[in-house]
Write a protein that binds this ligand. Structure first.
Ligand SMILES: Nc1ncnc2c1ncn2[C@@H]1O[C@H](COP(=O)(O)OP(=O)(O)OP(=O)(O)O)[C@@H](O)[C@H]1O
Ligand SMILES: [Mg+2]
Length: 269
């Protein structure tokens, strides 16, 4: 692919390490509709990879394949291979719930539980038995809220306030804290700033840059400016195909395909 062209040194550095995920000739059908067509790409440690492309081109569908979120959806057929640390994630030795726990998922619309702030973060680790005892849980909740940049704003109302009573931007950071609470390796974010204001967006973007030191992040965005600000690499999807993938600077300055160039320039989509 186009990754081999001269690129930013930071991007090159992330690719010196083996990929966390390797997507190889992935095809997906919803019934008869061929939604992903021969999609191949890698995800490297500590990188932010942005998926861009027109509505309906398969970005969310591709993201959901990575953590097997299509499992149990009727009439979905998947072909091809996705490897995580070299192992086929659809292979017989994979336990789907355990696989899913290696990922944090953040949706466009913040969706905290109608429970306390504390409970929103403690729920996952308790369910999976990741933390022993109250003191350890308290410390874990604090760490997750700090990493999500929310601790100082909520530390005095952890038990009193319901997660869904926070502002939209705060709710999204709470959802990020919740996603982090099960110690995922990869964060999958489907338009995480799509429904929040510019100030809250700036906070979340900063947070993503910070979190990418310890996690790979795949983020879907409709904002070209956002992709430019935060992504190491950009993948352009079009009608179910991954038309082009490359370092952000290259995609924005010298995309190889006419469709990607026109989309990035805001000429359609
Ligand atoms: N559960 C489903 N059943 C049937 N078709 C689906 C399903 N989910 C998505 N699709 C179809 O698959 C195609 C890709 O959808 P997808 O949600 O991946 O697009 P997207 O690129 O994320 O779009 P957007 O930018 O609008 O979120 C679309 O034609 C969509 O209608
Ligand atoms: Mg989508």
């Amino acid at each position: 692919m186009l990754d081999t062209l001269p690129n930013l040194s930071a991007v090159a550095a992330t690719q010196n390490r083996p990929p966390v995920l390797q997507v190889d000739h992935l095809n997906l059908w919803y019934g008869d509709a061929h939604a992903l067509k021969d999609v191949s790409f890698d995800i490297y440690p500590s990188e932010i990879l942005a998926f861009i492309g027109p509505s309906g081109c398969g970005k969310t569908t591709a993201l959901k394949c990575l953590n097997r979120m299509h499992d149990g959806t009727r009439d979905v057929r998947i072909e091809g291979c996705i490897r995580m640390d070299g192992e086929d994630i659809y292979g017989p030795d994979i336990d789907p719930p355990l696989h899913r726990r290696r990922f944090g998922w953040v949706a466009q619309k913040p969706n905290p539980f109608a429970r306390s702030i504390y409970e929103n973060v403690a729920y996952g680790p308790r369910l999976h038995g990741l933390v022993n005892g109250r003191a350890e849980m308290d410390a874990h909740v604090e760490t997750c809220l700090r990493r999500a940049g929310l601790w100082d704003e909520v530390k005095d109302r952890l038990y009193k306030m319901s997660g869904d009573a926070l502002s939209g931007g705060q709710q999204q950071r709470l959802c990020i804290a919740r996603a982090l609470s099960v110690n995922p390796e990869v964060l999958l974010m489907d338009e995480p700033t799509g429904s929040i204001d510019p100030v809250a967006t700036a906070l979340i973007e900063e947070l993503m840059l910070d979190l990418s030191r310890d996690h790979s992040i795949v983020v879907i965005t409709h904002s070209m400016m956002e992709a430019k600000r935060i992504a190491d690499r950009v993948a352009y999807f079009h009608c179910g195909e991954l038309l082009e993938i490359g370092p952000t600077e290259q995609m924005f300055n010298a995309a190889q395909t006419d469709k990607a160039r026109r989309f990035i320039a805001g000429q359609f989509g």
